[in-house]
Design a protein around this ligand. Structure first.
Ligand code: FAD
Length: 366
């Protein structure tokens, strides 16, 4: 039922819509439609006005967006960024913010972790929050903060001591000293740079325990990785469906190109890879929903699914020959969109390092 309903919504936003946004316009109408339908509040418990859905169901929502040719990256963070607040916020913080995030009145879809100089090594961030009297004062910058220009609230990771990071919930609408500048990038989720110059935030903007911010974020990453894996599975399905349709219709040398095993086998291989990654995604979501440890499964799901969608993307582009570069086929756009998942929100190399060193117990590289 969820798949059919999401599919019906996405039919209102066909390829022409996504092409019209190229290279980097934010899909406001699509995000509004997803919000009004309640999909982005799927993971917020019913007591706060959300859908109270499982992660498995939420994953299906995002998978169908990408399988229909759209891009869930523009809005997926509205679904999961609130998880940090839900799991670690005080009762007062949850009651104040979650109902308005659930209704869509407020967008909480920006999270500022990455900094230019720290890169993948999050523990080296330098943005600082200092306690001064009854305020925190924030100074520093964040790079690649996606959707900040389309968000009311933001989760910020900042240094609060030499060896401690903390998480804050910022109300961007009320802050002086915050400058958000759009980053020129070939993606439509409005990524940006955020600068903080003596930005004063209230003491109760702190989420969870001071100095425990890195652990708090780690805790939210499993859900994010499982949802991203679902988007990759959706992309993989889209590429294979399009390629099969095209390769069955296009005739060269007197027969459909799909009759040639050189065209057929890469598609069959990619199909198998997408299905296998989907199984890992489902296992990870089942464990998450059962409150069982799921770090290895969530990470493997994201790794395998992003690799599978990339395999499918290449097979699809190859099957289209030169026509794959015609804008009207959307293949090149989706090719670019799915490639981002290898790097963001986390680089696959870091997943491999986690699997090698934390799961297999190999010697540490850092
Ligand atoms: C479109 C987009 C949207 C994004 N949105 C957000 C967002 O909303 N919020 C946010 O906080 N961040 C966001 N990011 C940032 C993203 O999380 C980072 O780009 C990513 O974590 C990698 O950091 P980096 O780009 O600085 O790469 P670097 O850390 O400079 O790494 C460069 C390359 O070297 C590899 N590498 C580095 N160290 C090692 C190592 N020890 N072993 C093996 N390989 C290594 C990396 O895997 C990568 O391939 C976004 C990025 C993109 C592209």
């Amino acid at each position: 039922m969820i798949r059919d309903a999401v599919r019906a919504l996405c039919e209102r936003f066909p390829g022409e819509y996504w092409r019209s946004l190229e290279p980097s316009t934010y899909p406001t109408e699509f995000v509004d439609a997803m919000t009004s339908a309640g999909y982005l509040a799927a993971l917020i418990p019913e007591e706060y006005g959300g859908g109270g859905r499982s992660l498995d169901e939420a994953a299906v929502i995002l998978e169908e967006v990408n399988a229909s040719g759209g891009s869930a990256s523009a809005c997926h963070a509205q679904m999961y960024t609130m998880g940090t607040l839900l799991r670690h916020g005080s009762e007062e913080q949850k009651a104040r913010w979650l109902p308005r995030v659930a209704s869509g009145e407020l967008r909480l879809q920006a999270f500022g972790v990455t900094e230019t100089d720290a890169g993948s090594d999050t523990r080296r961030i330098t943005t600082r929050a200092e306690r001064r009297g009854d305020r925190w004062v924030v100074n520093g910058h964040k790079a690649w903060t996606s959707r900040a220009l389309h968000s009311d609230l933001m989760i910020l990771l900042a240094r609060t001591s030499d060896d401690g990071l903390s998480v804050f919930l910022l109300d961007l609408r009320e802050l002086d000293g915050v400058t958000i500048t759009a980053t020129e990038a070939m993606v439509n989720h409005a990524t940006s740079e955020v600068r903080f110059a003596d930005v004063e935030i209230p003491l109760d903007a702190l989420v969870g325990v001071e100095g425990e911010g890195f652990r708090l974020l780690l805790d939210g990453w499993n859900a994010e990785r499982i949802l991203i894996a679902a988007e990759c599975v959706g992309d993989g399905r889209w590429f294979i469906e399009r390629a099969v349709e095209y390769a069955s219709a296009r005739e060269v040398f007197g027969r459909p190109i799909g009759a040639n095993q050189g065209v057929q086998f890469p598609l069959a291989r990619a199909h198998a890879a997408v299905r296998a990654a989907d199984l890992m995604r489902r296992e990870a979501a089942a464990r998450f929903d059962a409150h069982e440890p799921c770090g290895p499964e969530a990470n493997m799901a994201k790794l395998l699914a992003s690799e599978a969608s990339w395999l499918a993307a290449n097979a699809c582009l190859d099957a289209h020959g030169g026509h794959g570069f015609l804008r009207r086929f959307d293949v090149e756009r989706k090719f670019r969109e799915t490639r981002v998942y290898q790097t963001a929100p986390v680089s696959n190399n870091l997943i491999l390092a986690y699997l090698g060193q934390h799961v297999l117990g190999l010697p540490r590289s850092y």
